[in-house]
Design a protein around this ligand. Structure first.
Ligand code: GLN
Length: 312
């Protein structure tokens, strides 16, 4: 697959404005109170190819928190810290078909083990597997890893979002206690949640997301510096989860319509990429019924179809 950004540039501004209209049917997430302040109609996109050529449109300078997008990269760090075997003793490999924060299926796969690392139960378990001698050190290692993947961008935790989530995260607390009860998590729930909420609250722009996606597009090697940052096997694992579970319980539909590995978050971000060709970062805070950016899904599906980017 080829990026062909010179072609994308010709229609991107107009297509972005057309997709922006889709935001009207969506809702900005409000269960984390701080997120409800985001602009309903914002939409931005940045595309970055393996030669370093880029294209962008709309509100691409807007900063937003990674939320569930961060789960892809904490999974990768946990794999690098512990190896594949240890990670899959604690989380499964199957999509759930339920919402990201559902507790419904926690009892079903090998009792108590979360279905996959991209739902909250799995991602909280993954947060507990990051190496470090204290929660602060674990959070610092995650932030440092994300900064390296974004090409040295000085990413920071948005403390207001972090506090808002920490104070209102009763459902995530329930999930964590359930995991302790089942012996999946050990140690302090509040400490694990502080690590989890912190990585969800790391703030980035569409350009940072596109840069991180570019490393995945390069199978773990940064196409711009030639540096290997992630073992290829772990990118393969992450990429597979992004296809099967990255867009929550809309992953099947997105695989049919766009055919790209992707991960969305409740702040309206989407990270996606065309393997071997380019990384894409997008933000559009108004979410559809499945919790994905309404305008964002519309724009990426249209782009992928027009450019013939689907992997399938
Ligand atoms: N931090 C959010 C939560 O735990 C992440 C969820 C998401 O982006 N889907 O609810």
């Amino acid at each position: 697959k080829k990026a062909r950004l010179e072609e994308v540039r010709q229609f991107l501004p107009q297509w972005l404005e057309e997709s922006r209209k889709e935001a009207a049917s969506g809702e900005v997430a409000s269960y984390i109170p701080e997120l409800s302040k985001a602009s309903h109609t914002a939409l931005g996109i940045h595309l970055l190819d393996i030669q370093g050529d880029s294209a962008s449109a709309g509100d691409c300078g807007m900063a937003f928190t990674l939320q569930s997008i961060s789960k892809v990269f904490t999974l990768i760090l946990a794999l690098m810290d512990n190896g594949e075997e240890a990670v899959f003793e604690r989380v499964g490999m199957e999509p759930t078909g339920d919402n990201f924060n559902s507790m419904l299926k926690l009892e079903l796969v090998r009792p108590g083990i979360p279905f996959n690392p991209l739902i909250n139960a799995g991602a909280i378990t993954i947060s507990s597997m990051i190496k470090g001698s204290s929660p602060e050190e674990k959070s610092a290692r995650i932030l440092d890893f994300f900064r390296r993947l974004s090409g040295g961008s000085l990413l920071e935790v948005n403390e207001a979002v972090y506090r808002s989530e920490f104070e209102t995260g009763n459902l995530n607390r329930s999930i964590a206690y359930f995991l302790v009860e089942n012996g999946v998590l050990n140690g302090s729930v509040e400490e694990v949640l502080s690590i989890y909420f912190r990585h969800c609250s790391i703030e980035a722009t569409c350009r940072d997301l596109a840069r991180m996606a570019l490393i995945l597009a390069g199978d773990g090697t940064d196409p711009l510096s030639g540096e290997n940052l992630i073992p290829r096997r772990y990118v393969q694992i992450a990429k597979t989860f992004m296809i099967t579970c990255g867009m929550y319980n809309a992953s099947g539909e997105f695989a049919i319509k766009a055919g790209l590995p992707a991960k969305s978050g409740v702040s309206g971000g989407i990270l996606t990429f065309v393997p071997g060709a380019l990384g894409i970062g997008l933000v559009g805070p108004a979410l559809n019924a499945k919790g994905n950016s309404s305008a964002g899904v519309h724009l990426i599906e249209r782009l992928s179809q027009r450019m013939d980017w689907s992997l399938f």
